[in-house]
Ligand binder design. Structure first.
Ligand code: BGC
Ligand code: BGC
Ligand code: CA
Length: 299
């Protein structure tokens, strides 16, 4: 039996850390601070963090085939040039909803970027409901809306055979699945595959491992859980020293390390003094499973 180890790898704390993405060629972990309006890159060899500040909430960062990154910024898809620290708009969405912003996003196995929106929160997880939608940005920069009436669009990933799309709308407290058509990028036949346990609180970011099991970061649950989408059972719990665990993805050596982002937004002083690492990045090793390398946006 391997023994599971949780380490805090960074001193810098994010207000709302999210979107961990491993960039192999830089030996680095990319992540964002949504409300801190920053895209960050942590070099696992030098342990240094570089940042680019942006002028709106930035909810995700993804790799791009052409090099550089694509981000979801406020209600736009945008290109980020890391060296020049410059941002170029690709396209605006939700223009009829001035109180919305993007939230979680991920690139599908064909290089399309999936990203959902939500209303701005009054405080964490408290917001006007049903304001969000799920979108795809295709490589030719066209956009498709899949559905609306989303509360908090969150974790997403694809099955190993690419025939299922997994999705979390946080306030439904469930993990859903759709049939996935990789040729067209269409989703259909929505159904629930996992119902959250009360003690795990709110489902947030999610990723798949090479055994086809899903890892879900539990916001206000202080943990990541591993679930089996076939049986609808929770099969493992890994606790972290902070409550606001927001997202997870595999990286590092052979994608055997699970990186977890967290937040301190919404915590009062007493809470923060009990959890001084709130908002940092954690690395979990010894899980005995690996993840799948992130895809790159093809446009
Ligand atoms: C959102 C937060 C929200 C949290 C819990 C995150 O993905 O960015 O704003 O509070 O999920 O639902
Ligand atoms: C895999 C997912 C992976 C995704 C990109 C797909 O091929 O099935 O596990 O996360 O690519 O992140
Ligand atoms: Ca999230």
């Amino acid at each position: 039996m391997s023994s599971v180890k949780v380490e805090c790898v960074m001193k810098e704390n994010c207000k709302l850390g999210e979107s961990p993405v491993w960039e192999e060629k830089e030996n680095s972990l990319l992540f964002v601070d949504i409300t801190g309006k920053k895209v960050n890159r942590w070099n696992s060899l030098t342990k240094e963090v570089q940042s680019v500040s942006v002028d709106a909430p930035v909810s995700s960062v993804s790799l791009r085939k052409s090099g550089d990154y694509i981000i979801t910024l406020g209600t736009q898809f945008a290109a980020l040039n890391w060296k020049k620290k410059s941002v170029t708009t690709i396209i605006h969405i939700d223009q009829d909803k001035s109180n919305n912003r993007f939230n979680d996003a991920k690139v599908d196995p064909a290089g399309r970027l999936f990203a959902g929106t939500m209303a701005e929160e009054i405080r964490p997880a408290v917001l006007e409901r049903h304001q969000g939608s799920l979108y795809t940005l295709f490589p030719d920069h066209s956009v498709v809306k899949h559905f609306d009436k989303v509360d908090i669009s969150n974790g997403l990933d694809w099955s190993l055979d690419h025939r299922t799309f997994f999705y979390i709308d946080s306030l439904s407290y469930s993990v859903d699945a759709f049939d996935y058509d990789l040729q067209t990028g269409k989703i259909s036949n929505r159904r629930g595959v996992y119902k959250m346990e009360k003690e795990d609180s709110i489902p947030d970011g999610m990723c798949i491992d090479t055994e086809g099991k899903l890892w879900v970061a539990c916001y206000d649950g202080g943990r990541v859980i591993r679930i089996d989408p076939e049986t609808g059972k929770r099969i493992q719990i890994v606790k972290l020293p902070v409550d606001k665990t927001t997202s997870c993805s595999f990286g590092g050596n052979d994608y055997s390390e699970l990186y977890v982002t967290s937040a301190y937004l919404g915590m009062d002083e007493a809470w923060l003094s009990r959890q001084p690492q709130a908002g940092s990045i954690f690395k979990i090793t010894g899980l005995g499973v690996k993840g799948v390398p992130p895809n790159s946006y093809a446009g």
